[in-house]
Design a protein around this ligand. Structure first.
Ligand code: SF4
Length: 326
């Protein structure tokens, strides 16, 4: 870095918690308060190490499958959604369930059910093995084929090329998804598009914001866990938008001082499952190294919130009424 180059941080907004993550995390906290520990949670409630550890300390027990939950216990389903067989298994085992599936994931499930009923072949663009994709595929396993990026398009086979629709995981790169759609359209000109965007508002907004930041950054630091799809995508989008370097870190302790060599502007953002306290830690770390000048880059505002899962709302309301009655 030259002596005349000022060091600064461009902080992307919106970043961090989306409405679906906020709702899911609050659902676990409220369930712990309402019913007491332990509360079982199937899979990571959201893909963030810090959030999962914090809830674990408060009494949440994270399991991979409902069969690990003792009969009669309470289990919360994560924001990524579950296949109908998981609901059936929970019912068989007499578990009380709280479904924290993000409403925007539920929307994609409903689209899958509707198009399957109309006997479409559904091409689900998403990442193989991701919990959301497993959940959505489970809604109509005989109708859904996973398409994992543009390179996968040539392998796709359908029954009737004139009766094909595409849907997608909610947390993909917008640009890469459109590349996949274009390639699919070349193979299947009659391909039907979903009635509205499946890639959710939060994923889209975070990508738009990081693109603006990246264009002027030598280095972009994305705070997020490695299994968080939307966080990983933010690094890719930043690099595609002109950032000279980009790294994903769970927190400030994972930043390598060597990344700062020759760097004047550092872009900072975070995935949709990341609490802002982790971003604050990164900003403090950077300020200690001369990057104390922080400029917020905010192309849009977000106001969306979701109400808590209905099972929890019912019990919280009943509790409030009991207390009010004396
Ligand atoms: S990233 Fe989007 S789909 Fe996923 S929980 Fe957040 S709002 Fe819902």
């Amino acid at each position: 870095m030259t002596a005349t180059t000022a060091r600064r941080v461009l902080l992307a907004a919106p970043r961090g918690y989306c409405a679906g993550v906020d709702r899911a995390v609050i659902a676990v906290e409220k369930a712990l308060e309402q019913y007491g520990a332990p509360i079982y949670v199937r899979k990571e409630i959201v893909h963030n190490k810090y959030v999962v550890e914090t809830l674990r300390k408060k009494g949440a027990i994270f399991v991979d499958e409902t069969e690990e939950v003792p009969e009669g216990s309470i289990v919360i389903f994560s924001a990524h959604g579950v296949a109908p067989v998981v609901h059936e298994e929970a019912e068989r085992r007499k578990l009380a369930t709280i479904d924290a599936t993000c409403p925007l994931v539920t929307k994609v499930h409903k689209e899958a059910v509707r198009f399957a009923k109309e006997d479409y072949d559904i091409l689900l663009i998403g990442h193989e093995g991701h919990e959301e994709v497993i959940g959505t595929s489970g809604e109509a396993p005989d109708h859904i084929t996973l398409v994992d990026g543009p390179g996968d398009v040539e392998n796709v086979e359908v029954r009737d090329p004139d009766k094909v629709v595409w849907l997608s995981q909610t947390t993909l790169s917008v640009d890469e998804t459109m590349e996949t759609v274009d390639a699919l359209k070349e193979r299947f000109p009659g391909l039907v598009s979903p009635p509205s965007d499946d890639i959710c508002y939060a994923t889209q907004n975070r990508q738009t914001a990081v693109k603006q930041v990246a264009a002027d950054s030598d280095l972009v630091i994305v705070v997020g866990s490695k299994n968080s799809s939307n966080s990983v995508r933010l690094v890719e989008v930043a690099l595609g938008a002109g950032a000279k370097a980009g790294h994903l870190v769970d927190n400030a302790s994972e930043i390598d001082e060597a990344w700062l060599e020759g760097v004047a502007t550092v872009g900072v953002t975070s995935g949709a499952s990341v609490p802002d306290v982790l971003v604050e830690g990164v900003l403090e770390w950077l300020a200690e190294r001369g990057y104390g000048d922080v400029e917020v880059v905010q192309p849009m505002e977000e106001k969306l919130t979701f109400s808590l899962p209905k099972e929890l709302r019912r019990d919280l309301r009943a509790e409030a009424e009991r207390k009010a009655a004396g």
